[in-house]
Design a protein around this ligand. Structure first.
Ligand SMILES: Cc1cc2nc3c(=O)[nH]c(=O)nc-3n(C[C@H](O)[C@H](O)[C@H](O)COP(=O)(O)O)c2cc1C
Length: 188
């Protein structure tokens, strides 16, 4: 992909793909810690940092997650649940709404870090599907104020996917919605 050659610093962003087949090799603890550090480098509203992470390597719990998330039946040596802590919220808005964006930023950082470290992962949506939220809360024994946003599976990849962007010019508007000609918008 052209962007990778021209902008090597961005390569790990384009290389990040949803990988659903993993080797059985465990993820070294120091890499788990680095991914968590990257996740917690994410921006958050009012710097609230409402995230909590449950790191799962036990086969029995991984199996229960697989049974719970019907779109997450892939086999990975590591799962990380990214959760929002409602008690960490500075006001009602961050308790009810912003935690989702804050934790989503953490999820993406985690996935990008995994890629940069030679690992791969896939984001499994939990919130706002109540069935999934309740089931994951039960499996992970989450207290009521801890809301699971997503589970990320991580491992060494057992499938190859090409780097990509989903760039579409039609999704970009210049100066105002519906104006898609950049040059025209510059007055040229
Ligand atoms: C909020 C969210 C929920 C997702 N849930 C699932 C899921 O349950 N199972 C799964 O295999 N992939 C899931 N994905 C991954 C998407 O399917 C994937 O990102 C998309 O197909 C684009 O492919 P790419 O990640 O390789 O660019 C989810 C992604 C997001 C952002």
């Amino acid at each position: 992909m052209k962007e990778i050659d021209s902008y090597p610093n961005l390569a790990f962003i384009f290389k990040r793909r949803s990988i659903r087949k993993f080797q059985t090799e465990p993820v070294p603890p120091e890499l788990i810690e680095m991914m968590l550090k990257a996740a917690m480098a994410a921006p958050s509203a009012m710097n609230n940092q409402p995230w909590e992470f449950v790191v799962i390597t036990e086969a029995g719990i991984l199996e229960k997650i697989r049974q719970t998330l019907i779109f997450g039946r892939h086999k990975a040596p590591l799962a990380i649940a990214i959760c929002g802590n409602k008690f960490k919220s500075k006001n009602k808005l961050s308790a009810t709404e912003f935690w989702i964006q804050d934790c989503s930023a953490a999820v993406e950082n985690l996935l990008l870090a995994a890629t940069a470290l030679g690992l791969s992962g896939v984001w499994l949506g939990v919130h706002p599907v109540k069935l999934f939220s309740h089931a994951i809360a039960k499996v992970l024994e989450l207290p009521r104020h801890i809301a699971p946003l997503a589970v990320v599976y991580v491992g060494y990849p057992a499938e190859d996917k090409e780097p990509h962007t989903k760039y579409k010019e039609k999704n970009v508007h210049w100066q105002r919605y519906g104006q898609q000609n950049k040059l025209a918008s510059d007055g040229e």
